[in-house]
Design a protein around this ligand. Structure first.
Ligand SMILES: [Zn+2]
Length: 339
């Protein structure tokens, strides 16, 4: 009993010291307007770590004294080889049986000039939203002329074009070269990815009978150039990028790349070929979009074998993962939750 009483007094004394210490520091914090709750400490500067053998990517890491509080969020991405940022052109084709895993009908959702048009679900949802907003701004004559095209359909289109040049007296190889500038050779068409869509004006289509450059002078064409990036679409074959895309200027051909990539590309005046190169060179970029969302975009080399991956994010939210079809992986992380 004699031993307990002094111990009891010691405990009381210590409690008094601690509570005094705590109330002083709380007051100090309130005085400068600080948040009292302890924040998990994360280390944003830790580079991304990739375990390719197990398809696991880790962003950021634990650090500081609150280490135990930090648990990574797990995100799963499937079929990243069919993701929003794949580059498809004459140098980087897709295979014959490439088919996007989640396709959606456009019929009944947006005006279409043909039946049975389909597009990748995410792109279709954004397209519908874009058409609705255009309509609410008085631009109500938009129509979809072409969306997903199969390898065999593209083959027929390409061969038709080759034949028209042969009829004009060109040799077969000359005809193929010329046709390739106007109609993508099978496997090199973005339409096979389910992420590309040809958009035109209904009234203009009746007059021209086909897709013509003059579309960029119509209200519809102008509206798309100005606004499509807000929905994750880019004008894929701009006038001033023909030497890079190796495709003629097509003011009707829009490609879904998702947010915030479309906005960055417009801001930097980059076509997809340039943007992939830019990410490859920088490996990690930080971007704050016009609506205030901050993103970290990572580029990982030598990731061509990855298809289904797990992402463990200590910082932000992994919102998208896509292969680039040139051997790299692009990971998009939204930072609004933590920072
Ligand atoms: Zn097209």
């Amino acid at each position: 009993m004699k031993k307990i009483i002094p111990s009891f007094i010691t405990v009381l004394f210590l409690l008094f010291i601690f509570s005094a210490e705590f109330s002083v520091s709380s007051l100090d914090m309130q005085a400068v307007g600080l948040v009292v709750e302890p924040e998990p400490v994360v280390d944003v500067a830790v580079p991304i770590q990739a375990d390719y053998a197990n398809g696991k990517i880790t962003i950021g890491g634990k650090g500081g004294s609150a280490e135990a509080l930090v648990k990574p969020h797990k995100f799963e991405f499937k079929d990243i080889g069919k993701g929003n940022l794949i580059l498809v052109n004459q140098s980087y084709p897709v295979e014959k049986h490439f088919f996007h895993p989640a396709m959606s009908d456009l019929e009944g959702r947006v005006p279409c000039s043909k039946s049975s048009l389909i597009l990748a679900e995410e792109a279709a949802n954004q397209l519908a939203k874009m058409f609705e907003d255009a309509k609410s701004e008085g631009v109500n004559d938009l129509t979809v002329v072409s969306a997903y095209r199969s390898y065999s359909y593209q083959t027929a289109l390409f061969n038709n074009k080759v034949n028209t040049y042969i009829k004009k007296g060109k040799t077969k190889s000359e005809a193929k070269k010329l046709a390739g500038k106007v109609v993508a050779a099978p496997g090199t068409s973005e339409h096979q990815t389910g992420l590309a869509v040809d958009i035109f004006s209904k009234e203009l289509l009746q007059r021209t009978g086909g897709l013509e450059e003059v579309f960029d002078q119509s209200d519809e064409g102008k509206w798309l150039i100005k606004n499509s990036h807000k929905y994750g679409f880019i004008l894929r074959y701009p006038q001033d990028k023909q030497d890079l895309t190796r495709i003629i200027y097509e003011p009707w051909h829009y490609r879904y790349v998702g947010k915030p990539h479309a906005e960055i590309m417009v801001e930097k005046n980059m076509c997809l070929e340039e943007y992939i190169e830019y990410l490859k060179e920088n490996q990690r970029i930080e971007y704050t979009s016009s609506n205030g969302e901050t993103f970290l975009i990572y580029y990982l080399d030598n990731a061509s074998d990855l298809n289904d991956i797990e992402v463990y994010a200590y910082v932000g939210q992994a919102v998208n993962a896509s292969s680039d079809n040139t051997g790299g992986l692009i990971l998009t992380v939204r930072m609004d939750k933590i920072i």
